[in-house]
Design a protein around this ligand. Structure first.
Ligand SMILES: NC(=O)c1ccc[n+]([C@@H]2O[C@H](COP(=O)([O-])OP(=O)(O)OC[C@H]3O[C@@H](n4cnc5c(N)ncnc54)[C@H](OP(=O)(O)O)[C@@H]3O)[C@@H](O)[C@H]2O)c1
Length: 400
């Protein structure tokens, strides 16, 4: 039998959501050694605990694979000697870079994470003659382009939603023009696991909406809710689809590939449908008004909290109102070759929403108050059916 080739993979950004997901997946699903380089200020135990949570959720509670994990310190920016010895001492032959500031407008942080860090990594990677550099970019790196996002270096679009997408596009050029064998993965908005909805990431994407709504709008019951929600589908992708794609691309030995890791558009729910579902099952207003843009919403007539909510989510609402389109040649070919890519559907988002609700004290309090205010309110029939359906699956918990 042919022995699997074991790689020594340097994971950058492993203290974050996608990085710890990738670290856990490599440990779990491959025999590779994982060297996770963290910036100062992180505790080893916290990093391990996070990986362990992901591994436990994926069905490996004993975490034996953690023996193949090494946690090291990431050298300071520009410390070329430090980067060289990091690669040399750990005999790195592959890099997966999923570090990145996601602050849309913090140009300094974007420069540091998408340009300076990438340059440091590329220089050391070339010196160490690594076999592969995998770079996690974003599906939105194409900006507000009028054409579907190509799986190649991206042309300058007429406009960018924020500096974030411009920086991500620039970092792709650095990687692609480095001369190293590379893969650029471009996930869209990553949400929880399709099987049980678990999600250990920060409040990005739909979680920003749910978390902000819980914090700002659940102080009391509101009969009428106004939101910015278009008919465009929201480009979400399940985290398990993302990591399966990563494994498949690696196994295929792809080189020089740009992969848009996005869910099939036909099944993606629209922003409006997601709001209806959230209101139907959680918020339960009598009336929900949806607008195509914040300019159309009657902002001045709303109470302070409602206004604040629309403002907090304004940028993401604007991004979600764009009709994003992506070339998916790589994904489709991988699926033909056997990749299991669970699509995002209204039903699969429900699972993530349900897990979020179960873990959000503010949302649970709200639901309790709602029951007290309207004891005779009909129990949501669809919520009931969903509760039954989820109870049958792994980890299914609903509106506790
Ligand atoms: N989450 C998504 O839905 C999504 C979708 C598409 C693309 N992406 C991309 O995926 C990457 C990771 O996203 P995430 O969701 O995992 O974000 P995250 O949870 O905020 O993690 C960000 C990671 O990047 C590290 N980092 C940030 N700036 C750095 C710098 N200057 N030098 C070194 N490390 C730095 C952070 O380290 P510290 O912990 O030390 O701060 C952390 O490990 C980002 O580049 C993002 O653009 C994410």
């Amino acid at each position: 039998m042919k022995e699997a080739i074991v790689a020594r993979v340097l994971v950058i950004g492993g203290t974050g959501y996608l990085g710890s997901l990738i670290g856990a997946t490599l440990l779990e699903k491959t025999q590779d050694f994982v060297v996770l380089a963290a910036r100062p200020g992180h505790q080893r135990d916290d990093i391990v605990a996070r990986l362990r949570m992901e591994m436990t959720a994926a069905g490996d509670p004993d975490g034996a694979a953690l023996e193949r994990l090494r946690i090291v310190r990431l050298p300071a920016p520009g410390d070329s000697r430090g980067f060289s010895s990091l690669f040399r001492e750990n005999r790195i032959d592959e890099v997966i870079n999923c570090a990145g500031a996601v602050h849309y407008f913090d140009v300094e942080a974007l420069q540091a994470s998408t340009i300076d860090l990438v340059n440091d990594l590329l220089r050391a990677s070339k010196e160490a003659r690594i076999n592969r550099f995998i770079h996690v970019s974003t599906a939105f790196a194409c900006g507000f382009s009028l054409e579907p996002s190509v799986e190649a270096l991206l042309p300058e679009p007429p406009a960018d939603p924020t500096p974030y997408t411009r920086f991500k596009r620039r970092s792709e050029y650095l990687v692609a023009e480095s001369g190293l064998p590379f893969i650029i993965l471009r996930p869209s908005i990553v949400i929880g696991d399709s099987r049980d909805g678990h999600y250990f990431g920060p409040d990005y994407g739909v979680y920003q909406y749910w978390e902000s709504f819980a914090k700002v709008m659940m102080d009391r019951y509101r009969d009428t809710i106004h939101v910015v929600a278009s008919d465009h589908s929201l480009p979400l992708v399940h985290q398990d689809a993302f990591v399966s794609t990563l494994l498949a691309v690696r196994a295929r030995g792809a080189c020089g590939a740009f992969v848009n890791v996005v869910s099939p558009e036909e099944q993606l729910p629209s922003v409006k449908a997601l709001w209806r579902q959230y209101c139907d099952l959680v918020v339960r207003p009598h009336r929900l008004f949806c607008y195509d843009s914040i300019e159309e919403a009657p902002v001045r007539e709303l109470d302070t909290r409602h206004r604040a909510f629309l403002n907090i989510t304004a940028i993401n609402s604007r991004i979600s109102s764009w009709g994003w389109r992506f070339d998916t040649t790589h994904r489709d070919r991988l699926i033909e070759e056997g990749l299991v890519f669970p699509p995002v559907t209204l039903q699969s988002v429900r699972k993530c929403q349900s897990r979020f609700v179960a873990s959000s004290p503010a949302t649970r309090d709200y639901l309790q108050k709602f029951e007290q205010l309207f004891p005779d309110a009909p129990k949501q029939p669809r919520a009931r059916a969903l509760a039954d359906a989820l109870a049958e699956g792994p980890g299914g918990s609903w509106l506790l």
